[in-house]
Design a protein around this ligand. Structure first.
Ligand code: LFR
Length: 477
């Protein structure tokens, strides 16, 4: 038996609607709609254009056409919309790169310490975690319900409200031990009881599309609606000793574990325990990823179609030379990334990249070095042996980054699939339809049906060791 399934996958810079034919060993993808996701700054606040995104979701579903058995939605994490008592959206969702939380982080930590937070939620500290955003939220007193982005779109499509669990685990309000909202954290922060809807597990039915969507009665299925959780579900690993890097706007690098690790060493290393499918834990750390390149290209006025040429030029530049910590706070907000990178290099006494190719080379070497650092720490903290690195997501098309990651980590890199997130989204729906029995079968099917590339370490480790210790000396100063 086969079925046609649609995945809505929203990334920070673009969204897509993909359909798949699944079943009988088949997993064929067709991209039916791709659209840019362009944040909008209004009166000093950076917002998502949520109505524009919803329109593109509707357009994409219209392109998908009839004969669809199920639809699923995933997006980036942490951000939300608030509904009032009538179900209307209060304000436009704020972008996680807005700096509104800076002023409230200490207040939150005065109410509940970072140590206690980590003991409950196991979450890495990121200034935009939902709990900090809610502390800075001006519309909270008028809100009845908070819906994370995929749940908000699901509500508009079906009229049903819920909170999908993998995404809920990124809010800071979710208890990593019990898999439920944390009454302790919610209470300590004075968040109104009832703001958080009931949790839904990936694979559960989430309502039927309304007539106005053009696909009346088509079932919506909760998927691992945090894009990273969907991407990890689609890692084509065939044994346990693997690490993954889900590489797009962010590089999410880590290992899959059966249970969270909430030691003090893990907290100070800022490793997160986000929920994966079937009770797995995504033990990882965020690295500020291809954002450094996409934001540089925006400043240079280059369309994304010019990325391959830029990477080819960067591959000609010798490296690793100047390196930056991609997670330096100066790189978080939108702005003149090339100048910030130059300023970082000059501040740390390194050669300042002079050309676009040199800037991109510096970013690629820095990302490879960050991948090395995170995976070594993940292995040390978890005791997990890493025999190979699966690099999935759009970054898997970036041969330079894949090769440099193999060189810097000293590990083989298996690159692909590029559409891991959409595949994970589709896979959870296929499982709900009874077309795929379990997670290992999904991964095996992806390994069999999707194109993968392999990269092996090709250079001596010494230059990477030197660059790593140089970088450490900057970050500890
Ligand atoms: C990746 C991602 C990361 C999350 C960041 C912000 O797209 O979902 O996992 O930390 O975006 O939501």
């Amino acid at each position: 038996m086969t079925a046609r399934i649609a995945a809505v996958d929203l990334g920070a810079t673009s969204g897509r609607v993909i359909t798949a034919r699944v079943g009988d060993g088949l997993l064929d993808l067709t991209e039916v709609h791709r659209f840019p996701n362009r944040p909008v700054e209004v009166s000093g606040t950076l917002h998502w254009d949520i109505l524009g995104l919803y329109r593109d979701v509707l357009d994409g579903l219209a392109q998908a056409g009839t004969g669809i058995s199920s639809v699923g939605i995933d997006s980036w994490a942490v951000d939300y919309g608030l509904l009032d008592a009538s179900g209307a959206l209060l304000g436009n969702p704020v972008h996680y790169r807005d700096d509104r939380t800076e002023a409230v982080i200490d207040d939150v930590h005065a109410k509940i310490s970072p140590e206690r937070l980590y003991a409950v939620n196991g979450l890495q500290f990121l200034p935009f975690n939902t709990l900090y955003q809610l502390a800075a939220e001006r519309l909270l007193d008028r809100a009845e319900t908070m819906l994370l982005i995929p749940d908000l779109l699901a509500y508009w499509l079906t009229g049903e409200r819920g909170a999908e669990a993998t995404n809920a685990s990124t809010t800071g309000l979710y208890d990593a031990s019990t898999g439920a909202w944390s009454a302790e954290v919610v209470g300590a922060l004075g968040i109104p009881a009832g703001l958080l809807p009931e949790l839904r597990q990936p694979g559960s039915p989430s309502g039927l599309l309304k007539a106005a969507t053009g696909l009346p009665g088509v079932p919506l299925t909760a998927v691992a609606s945090h894009d990273t959780a969907s991407a990890v579900a689609a890692v084509p690993a065939t044994d346990a000793n693997f690490a993954y890097i889900s590489c797009g706007t962010w590089s999410l690098a880590g290992v899959e574990l059966p249970a969270p690790i909430r030691t003090e060493a893990s907290r100070t290393a800022n490793f997160t325990n986000e929920a994966g499918v079937d009770g797995t834990v995504r033990y990882l750390r965020n690295v500020m990823g291809m954002w450094l390149v996409s934001e540089s290209m925006r400043v240079w006025g280059m369309p994304s179609s010019e990325l391959p040429a830029l990477l080819a030029a960067a591959a000609e530049v010798p490296g690793p030379r100047s390196v930056v910590d991609p997670n330096d706070p100066s790189f978080m907000q939108p702005g003149d990334m090339p100048s910030r990178i130059a300023a970082y290099c000059s501040r740390t006494g390194q050669a300042v990249p002079g050309t676009r190719a040199e800037t991109v080379r510096c970013i690629m070497d820095s990302l490879a070095l960050a991948h090395r650092a995170v995976l070594r720490e993940a292995a040390a903290l978890s005791g997990r042996r890493i025999d190979a690195v699966h690099l999935v997501g759009g970054g898997s098309r970036n041969a330079l980054l894949c090769q440099l990651t193999a060189d810097a980590t000293g590990l083989p890199v298996i690159a692909g699939p590029a559409e891991a997130t959409a595949l994970g989204n589709i896979g959870m729906q296929a499982r709900a339809l009874g077309l795929i029995p379990d997670l290992p079968s999904l991964r095996a099917l992806i390994a069999e049906t999707q194109p993968l590339a392999r990269y092996f370490p090709s250079t001596p480790e010494t230059p990477w060791l030197d660059a790593a210790s140089r970088l450490e000396s900057f970050t500890t100063v």
